[in-house]
Design a binder for this molecule. Structure first.
Ligand code: PLP
Ligand code: TYF
Length: 394
């Protein structure tokens, strides 16, 4: 049996981690996998999470099973963080999942059960896992125009023109904020336009939210998502706590299905729990419980928000510094877009050959499509990246 298995293509982001680890150079620079790093290059456990872990050790009396949906308090607390008052709890069905990836997977499985004929539209470019999960599940899918490399911003007209081809019941995958890999997000006018197109066509948004709080702020980053929730009867949301709570390996995610009313939400809840049962029964609880504790305890929540704001500011400062350094070194404003983009990622206009040159000659690791994780930089290494870009002819 095993001999009949095909070779699977490697994840181009994760294989970069191994290549980087194997490079003996002392001044190598990892701008590959999307994890937040501080100025010393560390991905820290957040202070509020540490405190919650201590408290949990004291109060937790049992690690017996939760329920198929996970702890309802987690769905309530994280659902509120994401949706605010844009959709009441009676409209929401939700399950805890292993990470945002788990939520994406379960969301697409739900689409397969409810609307197997629906086409799932994803932005070009998007996070590679979206496409591989869609292919794995055999869901019909296609791409819509999203990014304009000439401006470094969203190609709003291209996107609107492509989405005009939506059929009733199709699903449109959108990045809630801090688009991976480009950092280009819709402005509010474009979110309103998207809501109108989806509403006119009878299409359903599926929002992948992996970076709430990394762009402009916890509420600002979900203003578009909340607009969709208010305007449209149905929506799927795949939220991840990997980045904004620093809980990567604990695997904390939530899939929310927004229904038009409470009766339909209850029906969706049953299907979501069924999906968890088919895949792994109970979702992981430890990280989700820490998130719930942080969100529902005023002092812990304040501490978390402050630390998150610090992370956000650091990335924004690095963006500004890099854009300025490139302006100086290239004598042009070609890279000014870097300062306006949001979150950890930007896509440099580099060919795969130029990416390889920067790795070979300067020890700088980025994804082969030119995606860089700006959080991997420090004030010290910004000039190193700018020099390598200039030397590679960008
Ligand atoms: N979606 C996007 C766009 C991402 O970049 C990520 C990665 O962090 C995820 C989802 C899910 O990440 P995780 O499964 O680690 O929560
Ligand atoms: O895009 C990234 O780098 C992050 C981390 O299969 C990641 O989203 C990358 C690949 C993957 C899971 C997470």
């Amino acid at each position: 049996m095993l001999g009949r298995l095909a070779e699977q293509p490697a994840d181009k982001i994760l294989s970069l981690m191994q290549d980087f680890a194997a490079d003996p150079r002392g001044d190598k620079l990892d701008l590959g996998v999307g994890v937040y790093r501080d100025d010393a290059g560390i991905t820290p456990v957040m202070g509020a999470i540490k405190q919650a872990e201590l408290a949990l050790w004291e109060v937790q009396k049992s690690k017996s099973y939760t329920g198929l949906a996970g702890d309802p308090a987690f769905a309530a607390a994280l659902g509120d963080l994401v949706l605010g008052d844009a959709a009441g709890r009676d409209r929401r069905a939700a399950i805890a999942t292993p990470g945002g990836t788990g939520a994406v997977r379960q969301g697409l499985e739900l689409v397969g059960l409810a609307a197997p004929e629906a086409t799932v539209w994803v932005p070009e470019p998007t996070w590679p896992n979206h496409l591989s999960i869609l292919a794995h599940l055999g869901r019909p899918h296609r791409t819509y125009r999203y990014y304009d490399p000439a401006t470094g911003a969203v190609d709003a007209d291209g996107m609107a023109a492509d989405l005009a081809g939506l059929a009733k019941g199709d699903v449109v995958l959108l990045h809630g904020c801090c688009h991976n890999p480009t950092g280009a997000d819709p402005d509010m006018a474009l979110w309103e336009r998207i809501a109108k197109i989806l509403s006119d066509r009878g299409a359903i948004p599926m929002v992948d939210l992996a970076y709430q709080g990394f762009g402009d702020g916890l509420d600002a980053d979900v203003a578009g998502l909340r607009h969709l929730a208010r305007q449209l009867p149905e929506m799927l949301i795949a939220a991840s706590c990997s980045k904004n709570f620093g809980l990567y390996r604990e695997r904390v995610g939530l899939l929310v299905a927004l229904a038009p009313d409470a009766t339909m939400a209850r029906r969706a809840q049953g299907t979501l729990e069924h999906l968890n049962r088919q895949n792994y029964s109970f979702p992981p609880d430890h990280g989700a419980r820490l998130v719930t504790m942080v969100l529902t305890d005023r002092p812990l929540r304040n501490a978390w928000q402050q630390e998150l704001a610090h992370m956000r500011d650091r990335i924004r400062d690095l963006r500004g510094t890099l854009a300025e350094e490139l302006r100086r070194q290239t004598n042009s404003d070609r890279f000014d877009g870097l300062a306006a983009q949001k979150g950890m990622f930007s896509r440099l206009p580099a060919t795969p050959e130029q990416v390889a040159t920067m790795r070979r000659d300067h020890g700088i690791y980025m994804v082969c499509d030119g995606r860089v994780n700006l959080a991997g930089l420090s004030t010290k290494t910004v000039p190193q990246l700018a020099r390598a870009m200039v030397a590679a002819g960008l």
